[in-house]
Write a protein that binds this ligand. Structure first.
Ligand code: SF4
Length: 631
């Protein structure tokens, strides 16, 4: 096709007709959308109409890579799944590490689009150009780890990369995930349920090709520099040692460690779920995804006690929050056990933990009783009850049936008295941040396409003290307000520019760590990298990259608008906007969302009243074609 970095081919599998088809990637897609998120947005917008519900066979699931996937660029082992989300019914995406993205590229494909539904369980087998649907009846009902091992044996090659669902995905648990190679989770928005609804148990990929870049010599030199910059970065070195666990102490110090279902931001038991406590006692090895210099993954082992013998990767900070402080649990072995169950069943630990926290608060308020819980005493910190409820959710049994629909749907089923305790935005459970102590994340949670999302536009430099980086990005004149986490001023500017940069990150597709935190690579680095990889000179312009990012953010917004999303949905749980933080450094703080929303829409060129893209911005971004697909 003439562009470096791409294989130039989309592989489509039509499950109903049991057919594989290859399609060339149109050149204009590359120029307008680069790859990854951009291609997925284009396909889902054109091919998944609003009348299609997430678990209908007409919904599509995409595994996407970007132009640097599988090269020697740092963290280029990432890939992502996209679909109309099972949990929220709107735009869904979930990025994942490991090795499966490079393997897809080496097999000769940039994207895999899964369409239709099989009558019987299958797994998709891709071994270079050998493409098959193989019977998975015997695998149905198995946990993800057993599935992965068995599929590898069936494929006869230990280097086969496997993405699998567990019982949660089979049962249609709305926040079920796809687990790649035992422990890497495409966790959020319910991609596992979409795959399960298609009767696909796993995807097995083995590729033996290579990825050609446009200017090999210059690319290798730049990649070497990038690895050096990452290796020499002090925060990246900290990340290598502690993973994301160091955030527990940081969040506690600034009063933003979600505790008791986000009721407060300080947790008396924080030390027992912190890096300094966990690593010396439990960590047995470090791991990295393909091509990563950082290696933030930690494998941990429980020697004694109730969960003795548990050997599992993770959980990251978000898991420590969701199955630790948020439930009032200060016991790392319980949190590791919960992570193991989430990985085996294939469930998102953030959503399931936050949904259990919601149930615990309802129990405290007397809205749920032991009659509803099947005898479980859902008191804060009740470790055994939390683990039992987690398994009930994976099986959709008892109270687990209701909670498996996510906190928004469960709250609607219970009644209006429950809704204020459901910590979600657009149906996606809130991650481990709090807009009261970090205003820009309040805006990010409210506006992100997939709901309360901490990965698409979370500004880190304003909260973690990167004053010099903030000055460089947004101008010294915006200091000190832009790095003051307690003021709304300038936060829309920070969120929009961050969202644009992350958007390009997610078209490449590279890791959050090293772009977002620590802030090593930014737009100017992508502008230097992309022409060397692709040979497309226009990608060397930061202005052009910003335009491409704006196009993608607006396209996702239009996808959601077609599903009925408006400004009224760009909101936060009332706890963040009405209930002042009760204690800690952020005591008394709430989020004033409206002024930030006004400024965000203005910058995006969206209508302030409706939150919808205007005709003018649709035209300016060359998105006129979307009119043919709007209702
Ligand atoms: S930083 Fe962590 S998540 Fe990112 S690519 Fe490296 S090991 Fe994977």
């Amino acid at each position: 096709m003439g562009f470096g970095g791409y294989q130039g081919t989309i592989l489509r599998v039509d499950l109903g007709n049991k057919q594989f088809k290859e399609h060339p990637i149109p050149k204009e897609w590359i120029r307008d959308y680069i790859g990854g998120d951009g291609f997925a947005a284009k396909i889902l917008f054109e091919e998944v109409p609003p009348e299609c519900r997430p678990l209908d066979k007409e919904n599509k699931l995409i595994l996407a890579t970007g132009p640097v996937t599988g090269t020697s660029w740092p963290t280029s082992g990432r890939s992502a799944f996209f679909s109309k989300a099972a949990l929220t019914g709107i735009w869904g995406e979930s990025h994942v590490g490991g090795f499966i993205g490079p393997e897809l590229k080496y097999a000769g494909y940039d994207l895999l689009v899964i369409e239709g539904r099989c009558e019987k369980p299958v797994y998709i087998s891709i071994e270079d150009s050998d493409l098959q649907l193989k019977d998975a009846s015997d695998l149905w009902g198995e946990m993800t780890d057993t599935t992965t091992s068995r599929v590898r044996r069936l494929e006869g090659d230990p280097d086969t990369q496997v993405a699998a669902i567990g019982p949660a995905g089979e049962h249609g648990v709305r926040f079920s995930s796809i687990i790649v190679n035992y422990a890497r989770a495409a966790g959020r928005t319910g991609m596992g349920a979409v795959l399960g609804s298609k009767n696909v148990k796993a995807i097995a990929i083995r590729g033996r090709g290579a990825v050609q870049v446009n200017d090999h010599e210059a690319f290798v030199e730049l990649a070497k520099q990038a690895h050096r910059r990452t290796r020499e970065n002090p925060q990246a070195q900290e990340m290598s040692k502690w993973g994301t666990w160091s955030l527990t102490a940081t969040k506690q110090e600034i009063g933003e460690l979600p505790t008791y279902n986000h009721r407060t931001g300080v947790f008396s038991g924080w030390e027992k779920i912190s890096a300094g406590y966990i690593r010396p006692r439990y960590t047995v090895s470090d791991r990295a995804c393909f091509g990563c210099t950082i290696g933030c993954k930690k494998v941990n082992y429980i020697k004694e006690g109730e969960y003795a013998g548990t050997l599992e990767e993770g959980p990251e900070y978000e898991g420590l929050m969701a199955f630790g402080s948020s439930l009032g649990i200060d016991d790392y072995p319980t949190t590791l056990k919960a992570n193991e169950i989430c990985n085996k069943y294939g469930m998102d630990i953030i959503s399931v933990g936050t949904t259990i926290a919601f149930a615990m608060e309802l129990y405290e308020e007397g809205i749920l009783t032991t009659e509803d819980t099947g005898g479980l005493e859902l008191e804060w910190g009740n470790k055994k009850a939390a683990i039992q409820l987690l398994e009930m959710i994976g099986e959709r049994e008892g109270l687990g049936e209701l909670l498996s629909q996510g906190s928004k749907n469960a709250a609607e089923a219970i009644g209006p008295e429950a809704e204020q305790y459901a910590m979600h935005v657009k149906g996606l459970e809130v991650s481990g941040q709090d807009g009261r102590t970090h205003r820009s994340i309040g805006l990010a949670h409210a506006t992100a396409a997939r709901g309360a999302d901490h990965l698409r536009s979370l500004v880190t430099v304003d909260q973690l003290g990167y004053e010099d980086v903030a000055a460089k990005r947004w101008g010294k004149d915006k200091l000190p307000e832009i790095i003051d986490p307690y003021t709304e001023k300038y936060k829309a500017a920070a969120v929009v520019e961050t969202e644009n940069a992350y958007c390009i990150r997610d078209t490449l597709i590279v890791c959050w760590y090293s772009v977002s935190w620590p802030p090593i690579f930014w737009m100017e680095d992508f502008a230097e990298l992309l022409p060397l990889v692709t040979g497309i000179d226009e990608f060397g312009s930061v202005d052009n990259l910003n335009l491409i990012a704006e196009r993608q953010v607006t396209l996702k917004r239009l996808f959601n608008a077609r599903e009925g999303i408006t400004r009224a949905d760009d909101t936060l749980p009332r706890r963040f906007t009405k209930d002042p933080m009760p204690e800690g450094p952020g005591k008394g703080q709430t989020v004033d969302l409206d002024p930030m929303l006004d400024a965000y829409y203005r910058r995006r060129g969206w209508d302030k009243e409706t939150g919808l893209p205007t005709d003018k911005i649709i035209k300016n971004l060359s998105l006129d074609w979307t009119r043919d697909f709007m209702n």
